[in-house]
Design a binder for this molecule. Structure first.
Ligand code: COA
Length: 396
């Protein structure tokens, strides 16, 4: 890692694990950064932070004895073409207003990145409120959380059919996950979080969401004022998709509109008769490869593609990723090895590599000065190997 910028407090800021005794100060910085939250949300935040501190997933920047900044790593797994990889989901990045503009944010993110690498994450993702800070540490835009709206009546009109669906709760977490994981693996999904059973149980133990399970489908939704919002709806067949969407739509006498988090190619747009599914909101997220070898070897690839491509990576923040990597793809899996000089290699930094990994076409990467070297044939190979439109269903 390079030295911190000079306009910075002359090296008097130290990045280290957040001391639990500083949680009230951290909360004050959070409030000044994101706004006031109610008492019960504060208690949830405190409990979540204590769990995260226990796992050494919360870093603070200290200016002398004073806490100046905080960031948290959420321990996630993320689907990449039907295979699940450890992903550090960065959240709660805040610098106290009186310490901003002095390089603290960048120092904090470098500390976070080092910690994510030390804890063995292959990837990291975050939702940026501003991008330059994260870009300067190697994260790049990779996908979105897509929210769409549809009239509840149009969903009701899909008709439930005879697919059995039952109400589920926290005790069903393991069964829910087995269904959801089976669907993502079979659909070769990229992007969504592969939740742990304890997280699902905690989520379903609350008053909302309301959750339903079919043999090959899962639905969770909650009220949003007088409308309904679908957190997750996955289905392994057309009949189940119709049954679950129409279950939500059956609330149409009260809820006029349903908002839903869906992937960009969710079957809903093809199932529903009229073009009444409209974009509502899009939250873009950024990705970074933390461990290049693990990220390339751990994900899935298109079956039936049998190729070899060479990438020259230069990663100033995590130099262990730098070097020339040969990726061999066969039967939907990838093998990665370091090789000596390879004149035809495509050159990327961490940002170009993240975007490539997320399916951004080589032509776009070149036009955005995020890739160099290589040749048109390699570009075509890379586009085929990494093709995809990753999305997230959850905001963090
Ligand atoms: C965003 C935030 C973390 C930046 O912290 P900071 O200590 O001021 O950042 P740094 O001084 O290390 O700046 C790092 C880079 O980000 C840029 N940057 C910082 N804040 C920015 C902003 N609000 N908009 C655009 N760029 C910004 C800086 O210009 C700098 O780039 P440069 O060196 O090319 O000039 C801080 O302003 C903050 O806590 N904001 C409120 C909460 C928030 O938005 N958190 C992020 C949630 S994803």
């Amino acid at each position: 890692m390079g030295d911190p910028p000079r306009r910075f407090y002359g090296g008097r800021v130290e990045t280290r694990d957040l001391d639990p005794a500083d949680l009230d100060v951290a909360f004050d910085i959070r409030t000044r950064s994101f706004g006031v939250i109610g008492e019960s949300s504060r208690q949830n935040w405190r409990a979540m932070m204590l769990r995260s501190i226990d796992d050494q997933r919360v870093l603070g920047c200290y200016h002398g004895a004073a806490l100046a900044a905080v960031a948290r790593i959420n321990r996630f797994d993320q689907w990449w073409r039907g295979r699940s990889l450890p992903m550090a989901g960065i959240g709660g990045v805040v610098v106290a207003p009186e310490h901003r503009g002095r390089g603290v944010g960048r120092l904090l993110m470098r500390g976070v990145l080092e910690r994510a690498a030390a804890q063995g994450y292959a990837l990291s993702a975050l939702y940026p409120a501003t991008a330059p800070l994260y870009r300067s540490c190697g994260w790049e835009f990779a996908g979105s959380q897509h929210l769409v709206t549809a009239p509840a009546e149009a969903l009701r009109g899909l008709r439930a059919g005879s697919v059995p669906v039952r109400r589920v709760g926290p005790d069903d977490a393991a069964e829910i996950l087995s269904v959801v994981r089976g669907i993502h693996a079979a659909a070769r999904t990229s992007g969504p979080i592969n939740w742990e059973a304890t997280e699902v149980a905690t989520w379903l133990a609350q008053d909302e969401p309301f959750a339903y399970l079919a043999e090959d489908g899962f639905l969770a939704y909650h009220w949003d004022d007088r409308d309904l919002e679908v957190d997750e709806l996955v289905a392994g067949s057309g009949a189940t998709a119709r049954a679950l969407w129409s279950l939500v739509g059956s609330g149409s006498s009260v809820a006029k509109t349903v908002t839903a988090c869906v992937g960009p190619d969710d079957p809903l747009r093809w199932i529903i008769q009229e073009p009444v599914v409209s974009p509502h909101r899009e939250e873009r997220w950024m990705l970074r490869l933390v461990d290049v070898a693990a990220a390339l070897a751990g994900r899935g690839y298109p079956a039936g593609v049998d190729v070899e491509a060479t990438l020259e990576v230069e990663d100033p923040e995590l130099p262990g990723n730098s070097g020339i990597w040969r990726l061999t793809v066969a039967k939907g899996a990838g093998r990665v090895e370091r090789v000596a000089a390879h004149p035809g290699a495509t050159r990327v930094g961490p940002r170009g590599l993240a975007a490539l990994y997320a399916g951004v076409p080589s032509a776009t990467l070149r036009a955005a000065s995020l890739a160099g070297g290589g040749d048109p044939d390699t570009d075509a190979l890379l586009d085929t190997v990494f093709a995809g439109r990753p999305y997230l269903l959850d905001y963090f």
